[in-house]
Design a protein around this ligand. Sequence first.
Ligand code: FAD
Length: 402
Amino acid sequence: MAKHFVIIGAGQAGVQAVQSLRAGGFVGRLTLLGDEAYPPYQRPPLSKAYLLGTFARERLFLKGDEFYHEAGCELVLNTRATAIDRAARTIALSDGRTLSYDKLLIATGTRVRKLRCLGTDLPGIHYLRDIADVDGLQSEFKPGARMAVVGGGYIGLEVAAVGAKRGLQVTVFESAARLMPRTVSKPVSDFYAQEHLKAGVTLELNTLVAGFEGKDRVEAVRAGGVSHPADLVLVGIGVVPNDELAAAAGLTCSDGIVVDRNAMTSDPAIFAAGDCTRHHGRDGVEIRLECVQNAIDQAKHAALAMMDRPKDYGEVPWFWSDQYDLKLQIAGLARPGDSIVVRGDPALRKFAVFHLRAGRVAAVEAVNAAPEYLIGKKLIAADAEIPPEKLVDTSLAMKAFA
Ligand code: FAD
C-alpha cells in the first residue's frame, strides 16, 4: 500500500517539505495540515512592506492552489493536530478525525512570547506573528498616533521604521543598553540607533516596561517609573517554540524539538524542521534558529531523510532585516569571544562587520553591502582564514578573497 507522509504545520518549512518530497520522487500520499485559515505564506513582509502597504496580500502566499493540486498534496487548513499516538502512528485532529501516518514531519513553528505585566490585556496592545495580527494593527496605524514599541529586536525595529515612515510618533523601549542586543554586534546596534533617531524615533534604552495604563484601552506605558502616553503598543519580545505536541507524545524537547543533523527526532518515524526545532549547528553548539533559511534548508534535509536518503545538514545560517532603506544581511553565527573588524564606513551607510574565531571568518553582518555578505557567506562555509588587515582594506574588492 502507498505510504502516507503527514506534515503538521502549513508554513515555510511545511510547504518546502512538500516540494522537496515530490521533487525527490516520493509518490505516496501526502497531507499538509495547518491550523491557520491561509495556505502557507511568508512572514517576513508582515513587519516590512506588507505593513507599509506596498506589498499585496496575494504575494504573501508561497504557492498558488495549482501547486498543491499538481503535487497531489491534500492541504487541510483551519485544523489543528491535537495529539500524536506514536505506537498507533496516528494523529488526532481538532475536527475529531484521526489521521494515520507512516512518517511524520512536525513543522509547527513558534508563537509570540507574551509580556507578563499589569494591563497586558488592554485593547490596543498588539503582537505580530500572522496576517490577522497585521490586519488588527492596520486600523490603528494612523499618522500622528503615538506608538510604543516594546522590544528593540528585529520585529520591533522593523515596525518602528514602518511607523516612522507612515507618520506615527514612535517610542522604542528596550531593556538592554543597545538595540538588537542578542543578534548584532555593537557597531551595528549603534549605527541603527542613529538611523532610528534620525527618523524621529525616540529610543528608551535600559528601560524595562513595568505595565500598561488605560481605562477602556491602552493609554500609557509605565516604564522607568514614568507614564509614557501611547495610543497603541506593539510588543516584540521574541517567540517560543510550538513543541508541546511533540513533548506530549514523548519526543525529546528542550526549548524546541531536539533533532539530529538529518532532522530526525528521538522517534525514527518522526522528523521536525524549522523554528520549532533545536539542533547542533555547524560549530557543534546547540541552537534554535528562527529564520527562513533554516526552515527551508532543514525541511529539505528532513524530506531526504524521510525518503531514506539522509544527508547531514550543515548550511551556513543567514538572515536579513529591512529598516528604512537599509538592508541588513547576516550570515553565520557570532559567538561571545569572537574578535570583530569593520570594513567600510558606517557614516556612508554601507559597511560590514566580520566576526573572526581563531582567525577564521565565522560571521558577517553587512549593511547595504551585498558583496561583503555574499562572499562573506562563502568564506564562512569554507572556514577561510583571512588576515583582518586585508578584510578591512576596501581597496581590495571582496571578490579577491573568494
Ligand atoms: P511557520 O512559518 O510559523 O509555520 C508553522 C505553522 O504551523 C503555522 O501556520 C502554525 O499556525 C502551524 N501550527 C502550529 N501548531 C500546529 C498544530 N498543532 N496543528 C496544525 N498547525 C499548527 N525570518 C527571516 O529569515 N528573515 C526575516 O526578515 C524575517 N522576518 C520576520 C518577520 C515577522 C513578522 C515574523 C513573524 C517572522 C519573521 N521571520 C524572518 C521568521 C520566519 O518567518 C520564520 O523563521 C519562518 O516562518 C519559520 O517557518 P516554520 O515553517 O518553521 O514556521
